[in-house]
Design a protein around this ligand. Sequence first.
Ligand code: ZN
Ligand code: ZN
Length: 404
Amino acid sequence: MHLRNLKFHIRTHRNSNNTSAPNITHPNTSTTTNANQCALCSDFCADRKTVIEHYRDFHNIPIEHKKLTFQSEEEFITWKLSFENDTNCKYVVNYQKCFKSHVAASFNCHRSGRYVPEGKNIRHLKILGSRKINALCPASIKIKKLNNGTCEVTIMDKHVGHQNDIGHLNLSKTERENLAVKISSKVPFEDILDEIRDSITDSELKRLHLLTKKDLYNIEACFNLCSSSVRHKNDIISVESWINDMQSNGDAVLFYKPQGSESEEWPMLKNEDFVLIIMTAAQCEMLKIYGTDCICIDGTHGMNNYDFELITLLVVDDFRQGFPCSFLVSNRSDKQVLKIFFHFAKSRLGTALCPNVFMSDMAEAFFNAWIKIMSPPKFRLYCSWHVDQAWRKNLSKINTKEKH
Ligand SMILES: [Zn+2]
Ligand SMILES: [Zn+2]
């Protein structure tokens, strides 16, 4: 803060009849201080609370809180999405803290705060200007999630220092996914844009209606729709880059532990162990539908030079075809790693599976890990190919014995 501003601040607040004038921090230009700036005058305050008091007492802005209660977090999330959609604003996480009796979180208006250029400042600002208003907007949503699931929500929806215009909003995840499907089915960009514009009704203009070719190029790049399958020549970098993409574009990667790192959460994994667990949303749906009937665990060796094993969790669908529902790629296929595999499958499903039939090869590790994490099946079958293999192996032993 400049000395001139400080003098202005002291002058204006001395003249105001409000004796509990906002605290001012020592002038400096750190990010946090800048973020706590009044959007209407050049005042800086010590913290968010003081800026809000400043809006109320100095600029006579009514700061009113509304309270709502939701029975579950899902209910709250649904409400938040439609509230954001109705008010053309987004609320982004500010903090989340866990207490014994509840979890507290707060979401602030996404326009609040200071624009911090990313990287080496070579990115051009949008024509509209930065989304951030370089000052504090007091609008917020606070949530207190009690242990029984009930969510007590406090809303302050008075925005200061900006209008809620749709130009500053991003397309929603669903909108982006729908567009990605169209792009991947090679619908020309012009047709996509035409279709969106035709869908505009007089009543309301939404962010989607402002769709530009630039948005479509961004989605194409993000969803990696124009890439060929060749990535980095170095396999490790290539895998890392693929996993990063997967992680930023969805939640299909349930767990990833690269070689050369310790896992605090899973101390039984050694430094050199590699574990990758994948389940897409579609696979999860299939597992939910068919997972109570027949589960098959199948291991495949020697897919590549690394001697990693691919372990697939399959279900049998309506056409009696095996459908892969989750993959584990690892250098290990022992009980401990399989337990981690089933653990993540279970937490993605939200429930333990209790299949009628459990089918695997003769190795006990699959079954033993399964019953530790999921529920025991009604029947256990061995894959016929493995039974056949086991027979052959043991027959040769019999033959050898006879010869001696
Ligand atoms: Zn002010
Ligand atoms: Zn705002």
